[in-house]
Design a binder for this molecule. Structure first.
Ligand code: AOF
Ligand code: ZN
Length: 350
C-alpha cells in the first residue's frame, strides 16, 4: 500500500483505530472513524466494546468546535448503522450533525443495517461514497462478514504435523491420552493465544478419545472458547476432562438431546451433519470456530470446501509412520517461525 490516495490514507487511519479494540468488540465488528475538515483530522474515535458508543459517536464527540462539522467529511470503515440497537443510529447522528460528506469502506452485512444507513443519509442529502479500502476492511472484520453473509462461523482448521507429514502416531488403548509432542512449547503457546481470539473450538470423536484434550486456554490469558465435540455414538463419558463442566461444552450427538449445567447434547443426524453443526454454531452467534482435528474431521471440512483459514504447524520431529496430515491447497498468507517449529497460514478462496 505505497501509493494511497488522500481518501485511502484517512480510511487507513480508521482501520488503525478500529484495531485498537481487537478482541473486545464481539459480537460487533471493529470500527474506526475520523472526521476531516480542511485537510485536517479534527476528531477521531473507535468502537471499544459491544454496548458502548459506535465509532462515529466517539469521533463526533471528539470534535471540539462542533460548527466545523458542517464543512467536514466523516470517514468510517463500516456503513453507519440505521437501527436502534444498543445505541441510536449513527446515520441519524451524522444527519443531525449536518456532516455533508461520508466516506465508507464497506456496507454492513448485518441484516438490520445493510444498505439502510446509506439510504437514510442520501435521502437526507448527505453525499456518500463507498468502497474506499473495501478489501482491507472486509479482511479486518472477516469473521463478522462471514458470519452474517454466509450464515456460518469463520472456519479455521488447525493441526500440527511432523517434518515427514504425520499428525499422530498410530495409537492403541495403551497410549490413549499420552501426548506426543510435535511442535515446541513456543508454538504451543501461539495455539493457546489463537484459541483466545476465536469463539469456539471443535474436535471429532477420535481426537477426544485418543488425545483426551481439555481444550482449555492455558499458557495465555484470555477468553475461553466454547468447547465442541462430535460424538455421534455416545462414546464419551464424564471421565473425559472435556466433559468436566468447568467450561461450557457442546456435544454433537445422534442419540441424545439434553442440557445440563455447562454441558449440552445437541442432536444431529447422519446426513449432512457438518452443516447441522455449523448451523447450530451460527444460531448461537458463534462468529469463528477453530477445528483442531483429528484427521477425519479435518478431511470432512476440506472435502466440502468448508474452511476459510488453515493453520499448519510443522515441528522438528520425524514419526516415520502414523496418521497422515491433511492435504490442502490454498494461498499461504503468513509464515511464522517459533525456533524449531513453523506455522504456515493458508487462506481459501483468496
Ligand atoms: C456503526 N458503527 O462503530 C459499529 C457498528 O447493538 P449495537 O447498537 O451496538 O449495534 C451493533 C451493530 O451495529 C453491529 O452488528 C453492526 O452491524 C453495527 N456496528 N455500526 O455504525 C460502529 N460497531
Ligand atoms: Zn452505529
Amino acid at each position: 500500500m505505497n501509493h494511497l490516495s488522500v481518501e485511502e490514507k484517512y480510511m487507513q487511519r480508521c482501520l488503525q483505530l478500529a484495531q485498537l479494540a481487537e478482541g473486545n468488540t464481539y459480537p460487533n465488528p471493529m470500527v474506526g472513524s475520523v472526521i476531516v475538515c480542511d485537510g485536517k483530522i479534527i476528531g477521531e474515535g473507535y468502537h471499544r466494546k459491544a454496548g458502548e458508543p459506535h465509532a462515529e459517536v466517539n469521533a463526533v464527540n471528539a470534535v471540539k468546535d462542533k460548527s466545523l462539522l458542517k464543512e467536514s467529511t466523516l470517514y468510517v470503515n463500516l456503513e453507519p448503522c440505521a437501527h436502534y440497537g444498543k445505541t441510536p443510529p449513527c446515520s441519524k447522528l451524522i444527519i443531525d450533525s449536518e456532516i455533508p460528506n461520508v466516506v465508507i469502506a464497506c456496507i454492513d452485512s448485518f441484516s438490520e443495517v445493510s444498505g439502510k444507513g446509506v439510504e437514510m443519509m442520501e435521502k437526507a442529502g448527505v453525499k456518500v461514497k463507498t468502497g474506499v479500502l473495501e478489501e482491507e476492511s472486509l479482511e479486518l472484520n472477516r469473521r463478522f462478514f462471514t458470519f452474517h453473509n454466509q450464515k456460518r462461523p469463520y472456519i479455521i482448521l488447525k493441526w500440527a504435523e511432523t517434518k515427514d507429514g504425520f499428525i499422530d502416531i498410530e495409537r492403541n488403548e495403551s497410549n490413549y491420552g499420552q501426548p506426543t509432542w510435535i511442535t515446541n512449547a513456543w508454538a504451543r503457546r501461539a495455539v493457546h493465544q489463537q484459541r483466545t481470539t476465536e469463539q469456539a473450538i471443535l474436535i471429532g470423536t477420535q481426537t477426544a478419545i485418543k488425545d483426551k484434550p481439555s481444550l482449555t486456554v492455558r499458557d495465555w490469558s484470555g477468553h475461553q472458547p466454547l468447547r465442541c465435540v462430535i460424538d455421534k455414538q455416545c462414546k464419551l463419558d464424564d471421565s473425559y476432562q472435556l466433559l468436566d463442566r468447568q467450561h461450557p461444552t457442546v456435544v454433537y450427538n445422534s442419540l441424545k438431546n439434553e442440557a445440563a449445567t455447562k454441558l449440552e447434547y445437541v442432536k444431529i443426524g447422519e446426513v449432512d451433519f457438518m452443516t447441522q453443526i455449523l448451523n447450530d454454531l451460527w444460531q448461537r452467534g458463534i462468529q469463528s470456530v477453530i477445528v483442531e482435528g483429528g484427521s477425519a474431521t479435518l478431511q470432512y471440512f476440506i472435502k466440502d470446501d468448508l474452511w476459510d483459514e488453515a493453520h499448519r504447524y510443522i515441528g522438528d520431529v520425524f514419526f516415520e509412520k502414523g496418521v497422515a496430515a491433511p492435504n490442502i491447497t490454498g494461498n499461504i498468507v503468513r509464515n511464522h517461525t517459533f525456533g524449531s517449529s513453523k506455522l504456515l497460514v493458508y487462506r481459501n478462496n483468496l
